[in-house]
Design a binder for this molecule. Structure first.
Ligand code: UDP
Ligand code: MG
Length: 309
C-alpha cells in the first residue's frame, strides 16, 4: 500500500478546514481502488481564529488527520517546508485550504505519476475573478523573471503539485531561509507534467495577499533566483563613466575653441540629481542582496512548532 501525504497550509481558514476534508475524501473510491493510504497534514501558520480547534475536531473523528501548528505566522513558504518535512508519504501533494486547488484533479494527476512522471504540476490558464491590475502585474513579473533568471518559472503556476519522494527529498535538501517555492520547484527540475485548469475562486474567507504583499513577494523571487539586478547596476555604472568621459572631451574642446564663459548651473543640478539617484538606486539593489545574505547567514529556523500530532 502506498501512502499519500496531503499538505495544506492554513492561515485563518476556520471555515475551510472541514470543507477541504470533505472535498478531499470525495476521492475515497479512487484511493481504495489504487490502494492509496492518505495522511492529511494541516499546517497551521499561526492562525488567530479557530483553525486549530477545527482540525482537532476532525482528528477526533478521523485518525488520518494531522496537525502541525506554528508559534506565529511564518508565511506559506515556511508552512510548505514544514509540511514536506513532516510528510511520510511515498507521494506528496500540496494544496490550498480554500479549495482553489480542486482535489477532484487528484486521480488525473496520479495517472501521470503512474506513467512515470516525477512531478505533476498545475497552472491556471485564466485569471478570472482577479483584479485586472493584479493580473497585468503578474504577467509582467513572469515575463521579466524568465528573462533574467535561468530557473524556469511558469506563468500562472500554482503550488498545487503532486510529487514523488525523490522530488520531495530534493526540495528538502534546499534549506535556504528565503524560500521562493515557485523558483525552488523549477530549480530542482525532474520530469514534470503540467496540467491546466480554469481559475477557481476561493470558497470562503478572504485572500491573505494584498497587492503590496504580492509586489514585495515578487521582488523576493527576483532576488532569490536572479543576480541580474547586480549586473544591471554594474552596467549602469560603466555607462555613466563613459558618458562622463565623452562630456569631458566635449567641454575641453568647446572651451579651447570658443572660450566658453562659466554657465550652466541648472544643467549641473540636473546631473548631480540624476547621478546621485542612480547611485542610491544601485546601492539599494546591493542592499537587497546583502540583507538576504544576512538573513541566510544567521541560519535561523524556518519555523517554530507549537503543537504537533
Ligand atoms: N497561507 C498561509 N500563510 C500565510 C498566507 C496564506 O499558510 O501567511 C495559506 C492560506 O491559508 C491558503 C494558501 O496559503 O491555504 C493560499 O493563500 P490565499 O488563498 O490567501 O492566496 P491566493 O490563493 O489568494 O493567492
Ligand atoms: Mg486562495
Amino acid at each position: 500500500m502506498k501512502l499519500l501525504s496531503v499538505i495544506v497550509p492554513c492561515y485563518n481558514e476556520e471555515e475551510n478546514v472541514r470543507d477541504f476534508y470533505v472535498e478531499l475524501f470525495k476521492n475515497d473510491t479512487f484511493f481504495r481502488e489504487k490502494e492509496i493510504g492518505v495522511e492529511l497534514l494541516y499546517i497551521d501558520d499561526g492562525s488567530r481564529d479557530r483553525t486549530v480547534e477545527e482540525v482537532k475536531k476532525l482528528r477526533s473523528e478521523d485518525e488520518r488527520v494531522h496537525l502541525l501548528s506554528f508559534s506565529r505566522n511564518f508565511g506559506k513558504e515556511a508552512a510548505i517546508y514544514a509540511g514536506l518535512q513532516k510528510a511520510k508519504g511515498d507521494l506528496v501533494v500540496l494544496m490550498d485550504a480554500d479549495l482553489q486547488d480542486p482535489p477532484s484533479m487528484l486521480p488525473e494527476m496520479y495517472s501521470y505519476i503512474e506513467e512515470g512522471y516525477d512531478s505533476v504540476a498545475t497552472r491556471r490558464v485564466t485569471r478570472k475573478g482577479e483584479p485586472v491590475v493584479r493580473s497585468f502585474f503578474a504577467r509582467m513579473f513572469y515575463r521579466l523573471m524568465n528573462r533574467i533568471s535561468k530557473t524556469e518559472i511558469v506563468d500562472g503556476a500554482r503550488d498545487y503539485r503532486l510529487m514523488t519522494r525523490q522530488v520531495v527529498d530534493a526540495i528538502l535538501a534546499m534549506t535556504e531561509y528565503n524560500r521562493f517555492t515557485k523558483g525552488i520547484f523549477g530549480w530542482v527540475g525532474y520530469r514534470t507534467k503540467w496540467l491546466e485548469y480554469e481559475n477557481v475562486e476561493r470558497r470562503k474567507g478572504e485572500t491573505k495577499w494584498s497587492f503590496w504583499k504580492l509586489f514585495l513577494y515578487s521582488l523576493e523571487g527576483i532576488i532569490a533566483f536572479s543576480t541580474a539586478p547586480l549586473t544591471i547596476a554594474a552596467l549602469m555604472g560603466a555607462l555613466f563613466c563613459l558618458l562622463a568621459f565623452v562630456m569631458i572631451v566635449v567641454i575641453i574642446v568647446r572651451t579651447l575653441m570658443f572660450g566658453d564663459p562659466t554657465s550652466g548651473w541648472p544643467s549641473l543640478v540636473c546631473i548631480i540629481l540624476l547621478v546621485s539617484g542612480v547611485q542610491l538606486f544601485c546601492l539599494g539593489i546591493l542592499g537587497q542582496y546583502l540583507s538576504k545574505t544576512y538573513m541566510e547567514v544567521k541560519k535561523r529556523p524556518i519555523y517554530l512548532v507549537e503543537e504537533e500530532f
